[in-house]
Design a protein around this ligand. Structure first.
Ligand code: GAL
Length: 422
């Protein structure tokens, strides 16, 4: 009996100890944020660290949920699986229409209180609010503004080949021809659907101008999608295909950037997250690499803004989610993060004098484009139409880039892809 009593007491003590431990670890888990994102390249990870450190400074732990794959296509697939399994992450990196789609499904926490404390309505530009708000409620915190119509050039190859910054499509092609003739890779590119689409963004813009871009890729008008201009866009994509190296298929975007960093390739046509890779490799703009708007598109900005949406964990936004959202939009964070990431602040009231020349230009371009109706959501990065349409268009653009379709067929397929998924 005595033995039993002792054992029971010991068992109770053990149970109590376990319970206390479990509570501890729950508390620890409760003070963590699990963040699903696709920032896995060197430059992206360096930028993400700025956010991690900011939160850790506030006593909030970071549970990392990286899903590799530029542009976030894979991350969005994982997110869907997690939500379906009833296990949504606390916070998720998202772009454009993905945010409003999830908000429509009532999956996102309401950030109104934090937004009103931080005066987000005044400092976040309308073009971004279109995606950060759903039916008047704040559902996402914008981290940055990127844009896709950029070219990244190797400064030493430009010099070696006697090249000036190209001012037109013809100049761009002539420069690449020179590089190719000299035995270099003219265009560093990775054959992945989202990268092909990223190039397509700029080619559509320069070929048809902003009105065409809007009609074809944002408003999805049949007349624009089947126009001679669209045929020319595809023809030009085929021309660019002639300037990539033999091993381009499947290559990650940051490895393509590395070809420019390593003086093996002349240009990369890529969003300004590429700058994060140059900086991470200790390169200096204007010295080691040159940034310029895709020739012929210097007045326009095709933007995409990374935002963090908080998944509703069954009730009010948690203190950790609130802290994350608040940290993201704070001016200090916007400066520290975007200097490393290659993007510019998502707020219009920031002094960017600490930014490098590419960053200062990008911020000016963004504000000027917004004021002159030249700011458009990037099709390739989810700011022109919903994911189903975008992904179907990706498939056609990639098939054409890989020679499966001629330009006429690609146009027909593009229209079908749009009509089926709209
Ligand atoms: C974009 C995203 C950028 C960058 C890029 C490549 O969609 O907005 O932040 O990460 O993908 O991964």
């Amino acid at each position: 009996m005595r033995y039993l009593a002792y054992t029971m007491t010991a068992a109770a003590a053990l149970l109590a100890a376990h319970a206390a431990q479990a509570q501890d670890s729950n508390q620890a888990e409760g003070s963590n944020v699990e963040v699903l994102h696709w920032w896995t390249s060197g430059g992206e990870a360096a930028a993400l660290n700025v956010l991690k450190e900011d939160l850790q400074g506030q006593g909030i732990g970071w549970q990392d949920m990286p899903v590799a794959g530029g542009g976030g296509t894979q991350a969005m697939t994982v997110l869907r699986a997690r939500v379906t399994a009833g296990n949504a992450p606390t916070a998720v990196q998202m772009l454009g229409f993905d945010i409003t789609d999830w908000a429509q499904q009532d999956a996102l926490a309401n950030l109104n209180e934090i937004a009103s404390e931080g005066n987000w309505d005044e400092v976040i530009p309308q073009a971004l609010q279109k995606f950060s708000k759903y039916e008047g409620e704040w559902v996402a915190a914008p981290v940055n503004v990127h844009s896709t119509n950029w070219v990244w050039a190797d400064a030493s190859l430009m010099e070696e080949l006697g090249l000036e910054q190209p001012q037109s499509w013809d100049d761009l092609i002539a420069a690449m021809q020179k590089a190719k003739d000299a035995g270099y890779t003219a265009l560093a590119h990775g054959g992945q659907a989202w990268q092909d689409a990223t190039i397509f963004d700029s080619v559509a813009l320069v070929t048809g101008g902003p009105e065409f871009y809007r009609k074809a890729l944002i408003d999805l008008e049949e007349e624009a999608l089947t126009s001679d201009t669209m045929k020319q866009v595809f023809d030009r994509m085929a021309t660019l295909r002639g300037f990539v190296d033999d091993n381009f298929s499947g290559r990650d975007w940051n490895l393509a950037t590395a070809m420019v960093i390593d003086d093996k390739a002349l240009f990369q046509i890529m969003g300004d997250w590429a700058k994060g890779e140059f900086l991470n490799a200790d390169q200096t703009p204007g010295e080691d690499f040159v940034c310029f708007r895709f020739p012929g598109t210097s007045e326009q900005v095709l933007f995409n803004s990374d935002q963090f949406a908080m998944f509703d964990q069954g009730g009010e936004v948690s203190p950790q989610q609130a802290a994350l959202a608040k940290a993201i939009v704070s001016p200090e964070f916007q400066i520290a993060f975007n200097k490393v990431k290659g993007s510019v602040p998502a707020r219009t009231d920031i002094d960017v004098s600490e930014f490098d020349a590419c960053g200062q230009q990008a911020y000016e371009d963004f504000k000027e484009a917004a004021a002159s109706d030249n700011l458009m959501g990037s099709f390739a990065h989810g700011h022109a139409n919903k994911a189903a349409v975008k992904n179907a268009m990706y498939d056609v653009i990639t098939a054409h880039f890989n020679g499966e379709y001629d330009s006429e067929t690609a146009m027909d397929e593009l229209l079908t892809a749009v009509q089926i998924n709209m």
